[in-house]
Write a protein that binds this ligand. Structure first.
Ligand code: HEM
Length: 462
């Protein structure tokens, strides 16, 4: 009797295991992807697999994008398709696009100065980073920098979409309903959710335009991300318009808000602290005495104070404030004495690390000098604004290039009331803005300052 029970259990377990192996190898939606079949069949040979947590990821509203992809293998596949565009040498090739946008940005600031305008630095930097990332993606931008008020429409729509993430992870069915409705009806149901639909529909139109033979070559970008993806030998399902539109929503959104908020936070702190700004200006002037020559990225990457300012900007900009859980599906993780069982969602938040007093004493203070000490190298591993691991920011090289070129460009030409250079064209004077307009109060995926903040504003004076 006992023997027959054991035999039955062994038999059942063999049937179950065979079915699972067959399912993984032949029925799974990712079964055609390249990779070792043993790993696909057993899930055992790769202990670095990191899935996203479905419950959380669905809140992003872009499940077919790299960010929204839950299974490790599919994520690797999608990420491998876009990551070559963001490798250091590929970011440098089209760098003239960033340089051109920086020059236009400075000209625009001068034009604002001629009218004594008060500008939103958040909208201004958002216009800059959005113009850049649109060129990388589609070979054209909306020229937000030149637009009246830096055209805040994209910024607001996209920010509203980010705000909806917290709600949508609980009530994901809302998105399905909204997506089935015409955009005009969805718009009436509130900006947070309708923004998702609007963003995706815009990108669908752009992907379709490229598919129909839209401009392939503009400026120095010979092949944009989406021209290349559409012409690649990716499986047809990966090149469907709807899937690529979600990838575009991700890349344009991720490439706009994070970079612009970092520029806004650093600029706020520099304008509030003339001593720091003067030190930065002195370094920029000494590296580039002639304001009419363009500093190269390579030269800027060697300026210690500029690097320290940007690292401190990244520390207090956080990148994202949301918990982005990872799941190790087949490995037990160790955290101190704890063993975390396979399949458990695990997360941390970037602000918790960046405000840890043991690592960054007096953490609320914008203090570039903390990066300039003899032993400051030990801090680098705690600067996690771009996250870490297999799902960390893919755009890190482009982000750094933008931060260097834009910050150096603006502060080589502009000062503040207490920090002026001899050949400056003007100053940026903070207008009804204080530290509470940049300090983190709530997590809307991105960091958000106090309720009712009118943002970081500055008057441009020539
Ligand atoms: C200061 C600038 C930036 C910061 C601080 C930043 C931060 C981050 C962070 C924290 C993540 C990981 C989210 C997670 O943990 O799941 C991420 C992912 C990502 N970022 Fe960035 N980012 C920046 C700029 C950019 C730029 C310029 C681009 C592209 C144009 C970009 C594209 C992406 C993409 C595509 C992902 C998803 C990667 C994946 O899921 O594998 N980011 N970013």
């Amino acid at each position: 009797m006992a023997v027959s029970v054991i035999l039955s259990l062994v038999g059942a377990s063999l049937i179950y295991t065979s079915f699972m192996i067959y399912r993984r190898l032949f029925l799974s939606p990712i079964s055609s992807f390249p990779g070792p079949k043993l790993a696909a069949a057993t899930f055992c040979t790769n202990s670095n697999r990191r899935d996203r947590w479905l419950w959380q990821a669905r809140g992003f509203g872009i499940p077919a994008s790299t960010l929204g992809t839950v299974p490790h293998a599919l994520h690797r596949h999608r990420r491998n398709a876009i990551s070559p565009f963001f490798l250091m040498h590929n970011v440098r090739k089209p760098l003239p696009v960033v340089e051109e946008r920086v020059e236009t940005f400075i000209r625009r600031l001068k034009a604002c100065g001629e009218k004594g305008e008060i500008i939103s630095l958040e909208y201004a930097f958002s216009a800059f980073s959005n113009d850049v990332v649109m060129q990388y993606c589609f070979g054209r931008s909306d020229h937000h920098i030149e637009a009246p008020g830096f055209d805040s429409v994209y910024h607001n729509i996209s920010f509203n979409a980010a705000k909806s993430i917290a709600t949508l992870k609980h009530l994901n069915w809302i998105l399905d309903i909204m997506q089935a409705l015409p955009e005009s009806v969805a718009k009436k149901m509130g900006p947070e959710v309708s923004s998702n639909i609007q963003l995706k529909n815009e990108r669908i139109a752009q992907i379709e335009e490229i598919r129909q033979g839209g401009p392939e070559k503009t400026n120095e970008i010979t092949k944009t991300i989406f021209h290349t993806l559409l012409q690649s030998d990716l499986p047809t399902s990966e090149k469907e318009t709807s899937r690529l539109a979600e990838e575009a929503v991700l890349i344009v959104g991720a490439g706009t808000h994070t970079t612009s908020w970092c520029l806004t936070v650093s600029t706020f702190h520099l304008l509030s602290n003339p001593t720091l700004l003067m030190r930065l200006k002195a370094e920029l002037i000494s590296a580039h005495p002639d304001p009419f020559t363009k500093p190269s990225l390579h030269e800027l990457e060697k300026l210690p104070f500029l690097i320290a300012v940007l690292k401190e900007g990244l520390r207090l900009d956080y990148g994202g404030t949301v918990r982005n859980a990872r799941i190790a599906p087949d490995t037990s993780l160790k955290c101190g004495d704890w063993a975390i069982p396979p399949g458990t969602p695990v997360s941390m938040t970037i602000p918790l690390v960046h405000h840890d007093e043991r690592i960054f004493p007096n953490p609320d203070k914008f203090d570039p000098d903390r990066w300039l000490q003899a032993d400051s190298g030990r801090l680098d591993k705690y600067l996690v604004s771009f996250s870490r691991g297999s799902r960390a920011c893919v755009g890190v090289n482009l982000a750094w290039a933008e931060l260097y070129l834009c910050t150096a460009g603006v502060f080589r030409h502009f000062g503040s009331p207490g920090a002026k250079g001899d050949d400056d064209v003007g100053i940026l004077e903070l207008f009804e803005t204080d530290v509470t307009d940049v300090a983190l109060v709530s997590d809307m995926f991105f960091p958000v300052a106090k309720e009712g903040s009118k943002g970081v504003r500055a008057k441009v004076v020539l």
